[in-house]
Design a protein around this ligand. Sequence first.
Ligand code: NI
Length: 174
Amino acid sequence: MPILRQIAQLGQPVLREPARSVADPADPAIQALIDDLLVTAEDANGVGIAAPQVYEPLALFIVASRPNPRYPHAPAMAPTAMINPELVWTSEETETGWEGCLSVPGLRGLVPRHRRIGVSYMSRTGKLCEEELSDFIARVFQHEYDHIHGLVFIDRVASTRDLVSEKEYLRIVS
Ligand code: NI
């Protein structure tokens, strides 16, 4: 049975360490971690979660965009585990949008991201996937990709004035 994992909060060193690549996606411990990440993200109304956020410094994350109370306008998609993900190319065009993070509670920020990206990753069944992502899904990927490199969204804001409280953010987007 998957279990809800404790989420590391900003200040925990694991959030600032580069993650190790996953040697074998079929490893039962990796499959169990993926199941735990899926339920943990859903329970916390996350649209993505990276393994370092649950104290596992591995290059693995979930992208699971869907409308929820934290992101009322997020597009729906099937939750996808991405193992050893790579950012292959990025559009010159960037877009600024709101982000939050389960590891940075109570805060939102306006973060510039590439609007379109080419990515590759291994699926949980070990298949190499190459995809083009755009807009909000591309944003989630870039946010989670940062996590496996020891970065969080507040590192990416153009100005600290682009940071607002969660309460004010909900007032702004509603
Ligand atoms: Ni995050």
